[in-house]
Structure formats: C-alpha cells, structure tokens
Design a protein around this ligand. Structure first.
Ligand SMILES: C[S@@+](CC[C@H](N)C(=O)[O-])C[C@H]1O[C@@H](n2cnc3c(N)ncnc32)[C@H](O)[C@@H]1O
Length: 269
C-alpha cells in the first residue's frame, strides 16, 4: 500500500522541481537580467531591453527547441504561423521584397521565408538588433534557394527606404519592447511598407476566459511586465489606428490569448 504513495510524491516533487528550475532559468535569462542591468545603471543603452536569451549564442541554441517554444505559446505556435503563411501564399509577391523584423525561435522564419519564395518574392530580408540571432537564423535557413539578406538593424530606425517592402512580419516582438519603442517600431514598419503591402503582427492579447487571463497576467507580471500594456494602453490595433493609413484585420486565437493583425497599407495606386 505504501509504494504507490511514494511513487506519487516522487513524481510530483520531481515535476515541481523541474518546473521551478525551468522558471528560475527563464527568469534569470529574461527579466532577472534586465533588473540587474537596471540596478547597475546600464539600462539606457540601445540593447538594454534585449534579454540575454537573445544575445548569448549558447543560450539561443539551448532554448531554440521547437517543442519548448510551442509549449511557451500554449501549443498555438504552429497554428499562428500557419495562419500567416497561408495568407502570404495568397499574395502575388513577384519581384517584391519581404521583410522579417526581428528573429524568433522555432521554425517561423523558415516557414515564412518558404511561403515568401513560393509566392514569388525576389528577396527576403531578415533584420535583428543582435548579430548572434542573425547567425542563428542563417543556420536554420540552410538549403533554402532564394535571395536572403541578414541585416543588423534596429526595428525602431530601419535603414530600408520608404515604401520598399511588400510584406513585413513582426512576430512577438512588441510585448518585449519598452513602451515608447512599441509605437516607433510600428511606425517604422508602416514607413518601409509599400502601399498595398501587408504588415503581419503576431502578439499576445487579453484572454477572454478569466482563468486564462489570471494566469497570463501572473506570467507577464513575473517574466515580461512590458507585455501587459498590449491589453490596455498599447493595444497594437489602437496604435496602428493612431499612426493611420492602415486597413486592419484582427483574428484572435486560443480564447483571445493571441492575436494576428494583418494591416494593409492604404494608398495602392
Ligand atoms: C521577436 S522577439 C521574441 C520572439 C519570441 N519570444 C520567440 O522567440 O518566439 C526576439 C527578437 O527580437 C530582437 N529584437 C529585440 N529588440 C529589437 C529591436 N529594437 N530591433 C530589432 N530586433 C530586436 C531580439 O534580438 C530577438 O532576436
């Protein structure tokens, strides 16, 4: 009679320990490191908001494991990426350029690049503030035929000309940015987009279910406090409206926890 109870506690405590260790690891590689930077007074620099998880190449490689990344997005990753790529495949991108503004874990970049070339894109640009992220993205895109360019750039001040890209994808970047940068990134995204072009924005949003909302709130409070503003003061749709010049379609996923906005730039001649 004693054995099953022992087993139960061993498994339970083992799982609890694993979850706590994972949470501690993520906290140290994300918000914990930012708090430390701010305590040291080094938080004013351009890269200050970027987690070590994205700047240290060993951490990038360690964490970029598809099942883990899917789990972080509550197993909606595939669904979100598929929604974007399915839409992109309907576009005529012949002789056009596609921009991916900031790298992301998992296979999103590869799938978006494939969809872009299948729709005829001439060139895909991948821009990120961190060189290690670009090197990692390059390693994940081996063997893809087509013109790819990797650019070390700040999404708040892109080097691309006005109206130069037909598609721009921003995948889960906004929630990590300090609030003033959120609007600047969106406004830059609009500037470089050609009239008639589409900005795809994948992000968290305010869940409809109160239980999920509570859990999500706790997650943001602990790990990513800059993300909560997407629920209220810095809702992407409101920000795009304020910038003006877009026609937006917004779809939510998983009880409203995630959103994809397809913002088409007005003024097609
Ligand atoms: C897109 S976000 C996070 C994505 C999400 N957590 C994931 O991996 O699925 C992470 C990337 O944004 C980049 N990044 C952060 N701030 C940036 C900025 N101002 N300009 C360009 N890239 C930026 C980071 O270097 C990192 O590669």
């Amino acid at each position: 009679m004693k054995m099953p109870v022992d087993w139960f506690w061993t498994v339970f405590l083992g799982c609890a320990f694993l979850c706590a260790a994972l949470a501690l690891f993520f906290f140290s590689a994300t918000r914990g490191a930012l708090l430390l930077r701010s305590a040291r007074g080094t938080s004013g620099a351009e890269l200050a908001h970027v987690y070590p998880l994205y700047s240290n190449r060993w951490l990038i490689r360690l964490v970029d494991f598809q099942p883990l990344i899917s789990a972080i997005l509550l197993f909606q990753y595939h669904r979100l990426v598929s929604a974007i790529t399915a839409d992109m495949r309907k576009l005529d991108l012949r002789d056009k350029e596609v921009l991916i503004t900031s790298c992301a874990f998992g296979n999103v970049i590869r799938r978006v690049v494939e969809a872009a070339f299948e729709s005829g894109a001439r060139r895909v640009l991948i821009a990120d503030l961190i060189k290690n992220e670009l090197d990692h993205a390059r390693s994940k895109l081996q063997g893809i035929p087509g013109q790819l360019e990797f650019l070390e750039e700040n999404a708040t001040a892109m080097q691309q000309a006005d109206n130069s890209v037909q598609v721009n994808l921003i995948f889960f970047l906004l929630h990590e940015l300090p609030h003033p940068l959120k609007a600047r990134v969106l406004s830059e995204a609009g500037r470089v987009l050609a009239p008639g072009g589409t900005l795809y924005l994948a992000e968290f949003s305010r869940p409809e279910l109160s239980l999920l909302r509570g859990l999500s709130w706790a997650y943001f409070k602990v790990f990513e406090p800059l993300g909560l503003a997407l629920w209220h003061s810095h809702q992407p749709l409101k920000q795009l409206d304020a910038i003006g010049g877009f026609t937006c379609q917004r779809k939510t996923y998983f009880f409203g926890n995630f959103q994809i906005i397809a913002a088409t730039k007005n003024g097609l001649i």
